[in-house]
Design a protein around this ligand. Structure first.
Ligand SMILES: Cc1cc2nc3c(=O)[nH]c(=O)nc-3n(C[C@H](O)[C@H](O)[C@H](O)COP(=O)(O)OP(=O)(O)OC[C@H]3O[C@@H](n4cnc5c(N)ncnc54)[C@H](O)[C@@H]3O)c2cc1C
Length: 416
């Protein structure tokens, strides 16, 4: 059913009895044209664009848990396209443009809120680096504003401008950046894909990948064997595990990243603010809770929970930026498993196995990429050609030495 103001009114008048489930619960078919492993944001978006843009509807999304149980429902909801490198910037800007029309496109309220993303700088050198990034953004047609200290003070007067170690000198602002309600993105794509005929198979874990003569025949799952012409992996933090079932070793490590939500407060932070002298980012949800996070825990893990040392580290960075944070109470925290690539950039590519495709390596920035990732992965699967904006996200770039090292940290996944 199509959601509209009229449908809300009609259902409100008749006791809200007319709503139908947002997607079906089908039994797995024996064979599909395309099977996608992972019902997170990227897998569901891929299915949606395969059906909508390329007319491929005989598709199954195979998810071991429920839709939204992975990182798509665990992230801190930040979207932005403030990238420096040529290989990254056009892709993230494509994503931003897709976010801007997404709710109308898939007819679902995802609460896309372009409230701005501000990265603070604390030294002359950091200001110069941000100026360079801002100029690169503008050259790509992306909005960017460099704010000085007083301009930042006018919008966020409660920051610790005179912190002894990390005084705030200004910030790089992307006004079109902001937040999107993360689980609604999964639900919207799931509903949109289902409406076009895609089967979403929840509680269906892939346990093996059956191959013959260098081709994938299908996947072994907890609900039986499912055959396919093409297999697409979008398992985020579990990518290495799933790829290993096909005999592939990925240039990737899995790490934990935690997120935190405070008690509800009156509105005081309009947009997203990030600390430039450590790793801390914060926004305020529509319910009033501060949503924040920081560094990854720093050790390899597949556990969806983190440790107290990182909680302390995040709290310290937060307090250095906003001293008043020491008074708030944290209500909830959780962890997600990050697919950390060696250079901090993703992979959307074919694999050495003919009909096996890979979407992975999103580190902790994959939520903002969801629409473009789905669109470009669908393009690759449908046409066997990379979409132009994603053509740098090659799997073999690590062998060839063409790293996409946006942060300049080197080949160190735990540092990206
Ligand atoms: C705490 C935290 C904060 C973050 N903050 C941000 C942010 O502010 N902005 C941003 O851009 N990014 C952020 N990220 C990163 C972002 O959430 C991820 O990069 C992105 O969600 C990954 O893609 P996905 O949605 O497809 O992943 P997921 O939702 O994890 O989807 C992968 C799915 O694959 C399934 N799966 C795995 N193995 C199997 C199997 N064997 N069989 C079947 N299914 C399987 C999993 O159950 C999972 O549902 C954050 C992540 C975390 C954890």
């Amino acid at each position: 059913m199509r959601y509209s103001a009229l449908s809300i009114l009609k259902n409100g008048l008749f006791g809200n009895k007319g709503w139908k489930p947002a997607w079906r619960t089908p039994a797995p078919k024996p064979h599909y044209d395309v099977v996608i492993v992972g019902g997170g944001g990227h897998g569901l978006a891929t299915a949606y664009y395969l059906a909508k843009e390329f007319g491929i509807t005989n598709v199954a999304v195979v998810e071991k848990g429920y839709v939204g149980s992975g990182n798509v429902g665990r992230n801190t909801t930040i979207i932005r396209s403030n990238y420096l490198l040529q290989g990254n910037n056009p892709f993230y800007e494509l994503s931003m443009k897709l976010w801007e029309g997404l709710e109308q496109d898939f007819n679902f309220n995802a609460m896309v809120s372009q409230r701005g993303v501000l990265n603070l700088y604390h030294s002359d050198a950091q200001r110069d680096a941000y100026t360079r990034r801002g100029n690169a953004m503008r050259l790509h047609g992306v909005d960017a504003d460099l704010l000085d200290r007083e301009a930042v003070r006018a919008i966020l007067p409660f920051l610790d401008f005179d912190n002894a170690r990390f005084p705030i000198q200004g910030g790089l602002l992307q006004k079109r950046g902001g937040t999107v309600r993360h689980d609604a993105v999964a639900w919207g794509y799931a509903r949109g894909a289902d409406l076009r005929g895609v089967d979403i198979l929840q509680n269906c874990e892939v346990t093996g990948i059956r191959q013959s003569q260098g081709r994938v025949l299908g996947v072994e799952t907890t609900r039986g064997f499912i055959g396919c012409n093409k297999l697409a992996l979008a398992a985020a933090g579990n990518s290495s595990r799933v790829a290993e079932m096909a005999g592939l070793k990925l240039p990737m490590e899995s790490h934990v990243l935690q997120a935190f939500v405070s008690e509800g407060l009156k509105p005081f932070i309009d947009g997203v603010v990030t600390f430039g002298a450590g790793h801390f980012y914060v926004s305020q949800s529509d319910k009033g809770g501060l949503v924040f996070g920081g560094d990854i825990d720093g050790y390899n893990s597949y556990a969806q929970r983190g440790n107290l040392a990182t909680v302390e580290h995040v709290a310290e960075a937060g307090k250095a930026m906003i001293p008043a944070l020491s008074r708030i109470r944290v209500l909830r925290s959780w962890g997600g498993v990050m697919d950390m690539s060696m250079d901090g950039s993703p992979i959307i590519d074919r694999t050495p196995i003919d009909n096996l495709y890979l979407n992975a390596g999103w580190c902790y920035g994959g939520f903002k990429a969801t629409p473009a990732s789905g669109f470009c992965f669908a393009h690759l699967i449908a046409r066997d050609l990379p979409q132009t904006t994603a053509s740098a996200f090659r799997l073999d770039r690590f062998e060839r030495g063409y790293l996409l090292d946006e942060k300049g940290q080197g080949a160190q996944p735990n540092l990206h």
